[in-house]
Design a protein around this ligand. Structure first.
Ligand SMILES: *[C@@H]1O[C@H](CO)[C@@H](O)[C@H](O)[C@H]1NC(C)=O
Ligand SMILES: *[C@@H]1O[C@H](CO)[C@@H](O)[C@H](O)[C@H]1NC(C)=O
Ligand SMILES: *[C@@H]1O[C@H](CO)[C@@H](O)[C@H](O)[C@H]1NC(C)=O
Ligand SMILES: *[C@@H]1O[C@H](CO)[C@@H](O)[C@H](O)[C@H]1NC(C)=O
Ligand SMILES: *[C@@H]1O[C@H](CO)[C@@H](O)[C@H](O)[C@H]1NC(C)=O
Ligand SMILES: *[C@@H]1O[C@H](CO)[C@@H](O)[C@H](O)[C@H]1NC(C)=O
Ligand SMILES: *[C@H]1O[C@@H](CO)[C@H](O)[C@@H](O)[C@@H]1NC(C)=O
Length: 914
């Protein structure tokens, strides 16, 4: 078994060596194809079998051996080596070409060696030998072929019969001429440069080929030779060689018109078609135009005649002067190819056509005129289009990029400036696929959700989001795989944002605003007037903000800053709180939220922006006083309304004896409600009234800057000056006698640390951790240096309201107290540039003992006393106690002045909230 295999192997090797030895091989199947298009050998090589290889053609002459095909040889010998539109090498040869074996002008054969090598040097080439056979008997009297690189005319040289008997004799004479006459043939060219008569061998040197066969004489000429001329026929440029071939042998003179004329242009393009025009009547080729008659006009593609051009959408038309072929760009038979030119995407269309026109005329019986033309359109830019099929409802970008030919592929994309290979893109949520169209083109589809991170989003208008997909496609184009980039921007605006609605509510002392937190600080912010309502503003206005996972709840106490008091009357306040929801970027107001509530309040002071002060005073005295007899400093200013315990005053800061003073950047208006003691008429005996003395100091604080526009009250809350803040506090009604005077001018500050060098500004939010003491300094102003300030009673409260509860005392009767919640300690006051009279200053360090987080105010009732001798054994460190002295003079008309001071708010917060 093995021996047989071995033998077979050896036989095979033997054959192989035999063939290699011969240097010739049969072409592999499918590699070579050939046909005969009338009188042309038409051979095609399959490019797929030549991939990565080099090839050469040799014409194999049975007598002289192989001749390498080159350009010069080709045009002289009637060969064409080119490519079809698909890139397959094509070799064509005229049956009248050199090295063609011609049997009686009817059977023709041509042998070609196809040498294939993997090297450009053609080293180790394999040679395939291929012989083509064509038979062609239906010669016309004259045949003209206009090839790509040559023109060929052949004419029948039958000597007309005088009588049949003599024909044989003539014919028998011809072979003789055949052998000997060659030297006798001469060619005469007529061109603009004149007449030129040359011998055949000279003609060969000029690139012509002239010879005869059994029955024909032919002339082959290259285009644009010196002997040629260009003329325009029916709008087409023709290359013309006007020549006469002459044969003289003694008595015989044979003249043959070997004039040839071929079109060199005639091609035009529109965006959608290409047109090829060939003159129908070529004057130099037609002797008697009147007898001209077209016998047939056929067109062909590659080597095939197209019998019904309309079926292929081709158009073949002609009239008296022209024959015209119109091909739609992209039509079957040709090839559309993608290309990049100057960075632009476009297509090129090419098609190989031929035209065969057979006519008769009196001079020439039949002429068969064949033109072979390979047509390539210029580069036709085709800017790809981006088709937006986005489906807003599905929140999905659907983008098609087209139309491309099959030779374009998508290799990568960049989305939102992030580059992805196709595989990566699929991983990141992009769906990419191709979609074909019936006309053979295709588009690339990209689908991506609005919600992937590579899609840009922008909040626009009121409740809309603009999604933008920026995509840069990388395409590989054509056979050369040139990279081409195309970028697209697709956007979609959808209303997918819900502008929040707020809910307002109230209890006895507060207004509440409840608002979804979605989008807050991302799309929009809350604004109080024209100030953003941030934590700081909320804190300084005294609002409490709480959030859960979905909502913000804002508590606005009735007397907090930023409220608008719409109606204020005896024991009743209608307060409104307005906030605007504005877009972060444009500040455009989206929504106004307004809460308005009525409160029953028995004691309040409201300092209106326009300078009107409304006070509802509660005066609880024993025995009760007649509220109708209460008054302001200007005793003509009486209460508007009253009952047993309350009196309601309304006055302007410029009236009723209101005094004004500046303190820091605040302006303070002060008045006092007092009770006018009833006196009996003069004529009667004066009686001692039992009515108690009652005085209530009323203060309104305004920001100095805003007070300047007092009176210019505007109805727009965003531009009107805000309400002032007011306080009122009673003078002790226990003292039997008190001189009428102004309150002490005392100010308080909160120090940043125990050094009392740096202080918080009036509008700064003060945050302290529970472990940090709050350092408070109180200063007495405008009093004589000998007077000393005492912090008589100080307490901590959650509210700035004098009467608010709960309250935690920190000093009582001038001595510090260590309570359960807060502890205070006096700090020494050394003389310093700031402190000229230490007796005018008192400093307290207040510590919170409870860990609860809150907003606190420190209230102090203070006194200024004339200097006294310090009593030894004072129990109050840092502050000399005056308690004993004052106690020692009960009922004594006190020299001391009293005042009230408020510090805060101070936020006691855990460290992470600062
Ligand atoms: C003309 O044709 C004959 C026969 O094919 C050939 O032997 C001869 O070389 C040719 N002459 C030229 C000049 O091509
Ligand atoms: C192919 O078909 C598509 C879809 O019908 C069309 O938009 C496109 O223009 C066509 N392209 C060509 C080259 O005909
Ligand atoms: C697309 O990508 C190419 C290659 O990175 C770049 O040259 C081109 O500028 C990009 N186009 C756009 C619009 O970003
Ligand atoms: C794309 O399509 C969407 C949905 O139809 C549309 O809203 C958008 O305006 C279109 N245009 C562009 C330029 O993206
Ligand atoms: C968006 O606002 C418009 C009016 O500006 C309204 O008609 C539409 O219903 C709103 N859409 C949503 C989803 O809120
Ligand atoms: C948050 O508070 C709001 C208002 O009180 C309430 O409607 C909502 O249900 C609360 N949300 C959660 C998650 O507790
Ligand atoms: C033939 O006629 C000439 C002159 O009338 C026109 O210019 C050509 O366009 C026309 N050609 C064809 C093919 O109809």
């Amino acid at each position: 078994m093995e021996a047989v295999g071995h033998l077979l192997h050896r036989i095979w090797l033997f054959f192989l060596l035999f063939w290699l030895g011969q240097g010739r091989l049969m072409a592999p199947p499918g590699f070579v194809e050939s046909s005969c298009r009338s009188r042309i050998f038409w051979m095609k090589l399959n490019k797929l079998l030549l991939q990565g290889k080099f090839f050469q053609l040799e014409i194999y002459d049975p007598y002289s051996g192989p001749v390498l095909l080159d350009e010069k040889l080709a045009s002289r010998c009637g060969y064409v080596l080119s490519e079809d539109v698909w890139g397959n090498p094509v070799f064509r040869a005229s049956v009248l070409g050199c090295h063609v074996a011609n049997e009686a002008d009817e059977l023709f054969s041509l042998t070609v060696n196809i040498k294939v090598s993997s090297f450009s040097s053609m080293r180790a080439a394999v040679t395939y030998t291929y012989t083509m056979y064509c038979s062609y008997a239906s010669w016309a009297s004259r045949e003209i072929v206009c090839e790509e690189n040559y023109m060929e005319v052949s004419v029948k040289t039958d000597v007309p019969a005088v009588s049949n008997d003599y024909t044989v004799a003539w014919m028998s004479a011809l072979p003789e001429t055949h052998n000997v006459a060659y030297q006798q043939w001469q060619l005469m060219f007529v061109s603009p440069s004149g007449r030129k008569r040359i011998t055949v061998s000279d003609a060969v040197k000029l690139g012509y080929s002239f010879n005869n066969t059994l029955s024909r004489v032919y002339l082959r000429a290259p285009y644009r030779s010196n002997e040629s001329d260009v003329s325009v026929v029916s709008g087409v440029n023709m290359n013309v060689i006007t020549s006469t071939s002459m044969y003289r042998q003694r008595w015989l003179l044979l003249l043959i018109d070997t004039t040839v004329s071929c079109p060199v242009d005639g091609i035009s393009f529109t965006d959608t078609t290409l047109t090829w025009t060939v003159p129908r009547v070529i004057p130099t080729l037609v002797v008697q135009e009147s007898t001209f008659l077209s016998k047939s006009i056929v067109m062909g593609v590659d080597d095939q005649v197209i019998v019904n051009p309309e079926e292929m959408n081709y158009l073949l038309e002609y009239n008296e002067t022209q024959i015209r072929i119109t091909i739609p760009i992209g039509a079957e038979g040709g090839k559309l190819e993608s290309s990049i030119s100057g960075g632009v995407y476009g297509v090129i269309y090419c098609i190989d056509l031929f035209l065969e026109h057979t006519w008769t005329d009196a001079g020439w019986q039949t002429t068969k005129y064949t033109v072979i033309k390979s047509i390539t359109t210029p580069f036709m830019p085709q800017i790809p289009t981006v088709i937006n099929n986005t489906v807003p409802e599905e929140r999905l970008f659907h983008v098609a990029l087209g139309h491309f030919l099959h030779d374009v592929s998508l290799v990568a994309i960049t989305a939102g400036n992030v580059p992805f290979s196709l595989r990566e893109a699929q991983h990141h949520g992009f769906k990419i696929y191709e979609t074909p169209f019936s006309n053979g083109t295709k588009a690339f589809i990209l689908e991506v959700s609005f919600d992937v991170p590579y899609v840009l989003r922008e909040y626009v208008n009121r409740n809309e989001t603009k999604y933008t997909l920026l995509v840069n496609y990388t395409l590989s184009v054509g056979l050369e795989r040139t990279l081409y980039y195309h970028s697209a921007e697709v956007e979609c605006v959808i209303a997918d944002i819900e502008v929040p609605e707020a809910v307002g509510s109230c209890d006895e002392e507060n207004l509440y605003l409840t608002l979804p937190t979605f989008g807050l600080h991302q799309y929009w912010d809350l604004y109080l007037g024209n100030k953003i309502l941030n934590r700081h503003v909320a804190l300084t206005n005294g609002y409490l903000a709480a959030t859960n996972s979905t909502h913000l709840i804002l508590q606005i106490p009735l007397f907090a800053g930023g409220l608008i008091y719409e109606e204020v009357s005896f024991q009743k306040i209608k307060a409104r709180f307005d906030v605007a929801l504005r877009k972060i970027r444009t500040m455009e107001t989206l929504q106004m939220f307004s809460i308005s509530c009525s409160f029953n309040s028995s004691a309040f002071i409201i300092c209106h922006p326009d300078g009107t002060i409304m006070v509802s005073a509660q005066m609880k005295t024993v025995p009760a006083i007649d509220m109708s007899k209460t008054k302001l400093r200007d005793s003509s200013c009486k209460p508007r309304e009253y009952n047993e315990a309350h009196a309601f005053f309304k006055f302007h800061v410029t009236t009723c004896g209101t005094s004004v003073r500046f303190e820091g950047d605040h302006i303070i208006y002060e008045n006092e409600i007092s009770y006018e003691k009833e006196t009996l008429p003069r004529q009667s005996i004066p009686t001692i009234t039992r009515d108690p003395d009652y005085r209530l100091t009323v203060l309104c604080y305004y920001q100095a800057k805003e007070t300047l526009v007092l009176g210019a009250f505007s109805s727009d809350p965003a531009t009107s000056p805000p309400f002032g803040s007011g306080t009122m506090f009673p003078r002790s009604n226990t003292a039997a006698y008190r001189r009428v005077r102004q309150a002490l001018n005392v100010v308080s500050r909160v120090s940043k640390d125990e050094s009392f060098m740096e202080f918080y500004g009036p509008s700064m939010a003060i945050f302290r951790q529970p472990t940090e003491p709050v350092f408070i300094e109180v200063e007495l102003k405008d009093e004589s240096p000998s007077v000393e300030l005492y912090l008589e009673n100080c307490w901590v409260a959650r509210s700035p309201d004098f009467n608010s509860t709960p309250r935690w005392n920190i000093t009582v009767d001038g001595c510090e107290i260590n309570g359960s919640e807060f502890a205070a300690e006096f700090c020494p006051v050394p003389v310093s540039p700031r402190v000229r009279h230490p007796s005018h200053f008192k400093r307290l360090a207040v510590r919170t003992l409870a860990q609860q987080l809150e907003q606190v105010y420190v209230h102090c009732l203070v006194a200024a006393c004339p200097p006294t001798n310090t009593q030894p054994g004072s129990t109050c460190r840092g502050q000399r106690s005056t308690r004993r002295e004052r106690k020692g003079f009960p009922g004594h008309p006190s020299d001391s002045l009293q005042g009230y001071v408020l510090a805060g708010p101070v936020w006691i917060v855990s460290p992470d909230l600062r």
